[in-house]
Design a binder for this molecule. Structure first.
Ligand code: HEC
Length: 164
C-alpha cells in the first residue's frame, strides 16, 4: 500500500473509533429547583428569548441538533456548554450568592448589548437565535429590572463588594 493510503485508513479508523467516545449530554430531567425564575420574575417574553437563544449553553438542558452526536463536533459543543455553564447557569442561579446573582445580570446586559452573546459561532448555524434590536432591549431591560428589585430588597453591600 502506498504511504498516503495507509495514512488515510488510519485517519478513517480513528474517526470511527472516536464516535464511541461520547461526552455526557447536558440533559437534566424535570423543573430545576434553582432556576432563576423561582426567585426573580422572568416574564413570558423574556423567557422565550432566553429559552431560544441562551439556555442551550447556560442551563442544565441543551437541545442537541442531529449533528451534535458526530465526533469531534460533539466534543466541541460539549466544551461550549461546559464553559457557558461555568460562567452562568440560569438553572442554578438562585443557589448562588446575592453578589453573583446581581453581577451576572450586569454581565448579561453587557454581553447582550455588545452582541457578544449568543456566541457568534452559534448564531451562525442557528440563525433563528440571532437577536433583533428589540429582543436585545427586552433582555437588557429585564436584567436591569432584576437588579433594581434586588437593590430594593437587599442592602447594597450585600450585592457588590465594597470599594475602598
Ligand atoms: C453556544 C453557547 C452559548 C450561547 C447560546 C450563549 N452563551 Fe453566553 N457564554 C458562553 C460561553 C462559552 C461563555 C464563556 C466564555 C466567554 O465569555 O466567551 C459565555 C459567557 C456568558 C456571560 C459572561 C459571564 C461572565 O460573568 O463573564 C454572560 C453574561 C452570558 N454568556 C450571557 C448569555 C446570554 C444572555 C445568552 C443569550 C442571549 C447567551 N449567553 C448565549 C456560551 C453561550
Amino acid at each position: 500500500m502506498k504511504k498516503l493510503q495507509v495514512i488515510g485508513w488510519v485517519a478513517l479508523g480513528a474517526l470511527v473509533i472516536i464516535q464511541f467516545i461520547k461526552p455526557t449530554p447536558n440533559q437534566a430531567v424535570g423543573p430545576q429547583a434553582n432556576y432563576i425564575g423561582t426567585k426573580h420574575e422572568v416574564p413570558a417574553n423574556v423567557k422565550s428569548i432566553l429559552d431560544k437563544a441562551c439556555m442551550d449553553c447556560h442551563s442544565n438542558n441543551t437541545r442537541y441538533p442531529w449533528y451534535a452526536s458526530i465526533q469531534p463536533l460533539a466534543w466541541w459543543l460539549a466544551d461550549h456548554v461546559k464553559d457557558g455553564k461555568k460562567q452562568l447557569n440560569f438553572d442554578q442561579y438562585t443557589q448562588r450568592s446575592l453578589r453573583y446573582q446581581y453581577h451576572k445580570m450586569e454581565e448579561t446586559i453587557e454581553m447582550v448589548k455588545e452582541e457578544e452573546m449568543p456566541l457568534p459561532s452559534y448564531t451562525w448555524i442557528h440563525t433563528d437565535t440571532r437577536l433583533t434590536y428589540e429582543e436585545r432591549v427586552v433582555i437588557t431591560d429585564w436584567a436591569q429590572s432584576v437588579m433594581k428589585n434586588m437593590e430594593a430588597q437587599y442592602p447594597m453591600d450585600s450585592l457588590v463588594k465594597k470599594s475602598k
